[in-house]
Design a protein around this ligand. Structure first.
Ligand code: HEC
Length: 300
């Protein structure tokens, strides 16, 4: 008898017993998403290209520590095909004409003890006439690890999944190769959980993950991924159970700090032609005022 009651309650909660948070009460966090071009993990972790490697490896400096302030300038240089890094590398061999180098976004997150909610708001940059993804004007993805389970993600967010042999990168293995994590381990938690909103008509939210490649299904935790244009802004929200239900779902617990990154494909783009965040972290009801790239997700 008791067992049945518990199961029914579980269903009730998963079915949306709680309303979305009052976003006016959730502190906003500004972030700059920038155009990375072919700045792969291999490039950013190669000292000859990027003088910061000893600081990243030995001193565990997060990308955000050095680049929160200049992310928009980095994007401007890369998207214009200008040489960057110590090696003066051109990270965008075919600069898309008129494309913005970065977009400022406002990020918010809250939880209610059962679910976690994310909200993203930004003004779309200029839309060009080239449509790589005809169906979707916008795609927004967030990836997070299991609380320190993916090496390096505490510093670099998504960069551990971004390699030079992916499709559209510098030395593509083939035109199908998607992002992956070296020595990924699904059972051991060494993977990125992936949630994505797609703006196209009839498109479904993606509840996937990244191990040896990107998988677009298997997850059961993402309850909603919605987006709409409000005036001149895009507003996208995710609603997800804290518990991990399916394949490639991390469960989100109060005692851990999760590492994440965000990517927005604006203007009908695909593959690497997106805007990405530096690495950020979040935890539940845990203040860490000294960590600049950390967001405290409080209960509403
Ligand atoms: C200790 C500070 C520091 C950290 C941490 C750091 N960088 Fe850098 N980064 C620099 C500096 C300085 C440059 C300028 C080129 C150079 O010195 O190699 C640079 C250049 C770059 C560039 C090329 C743009 C340009 O203006 O030259 C990219 C892209 C980049 N960094 C990405 C990253 C990523 C991604 C991470 C995290 C994995 C990161 N950086 C971590 C200091 C840092």
């Amino acid at each position: 008898m008791k067992k049945i009651t518990v199961a029914v309650m579980g269903l009730f909660v998963a079915g949306g017993a709680f309303a979305a948070p009052d976003w006016d009460k959730v502190p906003p966090r500004k972030m700059t998403l920038f155009y990375p071009g072919q700045a792969s993990y291999e490039w950013v972790m190669n000292k000859a290209d990027h003088s910061a490697v000893p600081d990243i490896v030995d001193k565990k400096r997060p990308c955000a520590k050095c680049h929160e302030g200049d992310a928009s300038e980095i994007g401007d240089k890369i998207v214009a095909g200008k040489p960057v890094g110590s090696s003066k590398s051109v990270l965008e061999p075919t600069p898309p004409k008129g494309k913005a180098g970065s977009i400022p976004i406002t990020f918010q997150a809250a939880h209610d003890g059962n679910k976690i909610y994310f909200r993203f708001e930004w003004v779309p940059p200029k839309i060009g006439d080239k449509k790589m993804d005809a169906k979707n004007e916008v795609k927004l993805a967030m990836m997070f690890d299991g609380g320190g389970t993916v090496e390096g993600s505490g510093l670099n967010g998504c960069w551990s999944t971004c390699h030079q042999d992916l499709r559209t990168m510098k030395s593509p293995k083939d035109d199908k190769k998607t992002k992956y994590i070296k020595d990924a381990d699904l059972a051991g938690g060494k993977f990125m959980d992936l949630m994505q909103f797609r703006s196209g008509k009839g498109e479904k939210p993606v509840d996937g993950h990244v191990t040896d490649q990107r998988y677009n299904d298997g997850g059961k935790s993402l309850l909603k991924a919605e987006g709409k244009k409000e005036g001149n802004k895009w507003v996208v929200t995710f609603e997800r159970t804290l518990a991990g239900g399916g394949k490639g779902d991390h469960s989100i617990a109060a005692d851990k700090v999760y590492n994440f990154g965000i990517a927005i494909h604006e203007d009908h783009t695909n593959a690497r032609f997106h805007y990405v965040s530096l690495g950020y972290q979040f935890g539940l009801d845990k203040a860490m005022p000294d960590v600049k790239n950390y967001i405290n997700v409080t209960k509403q």
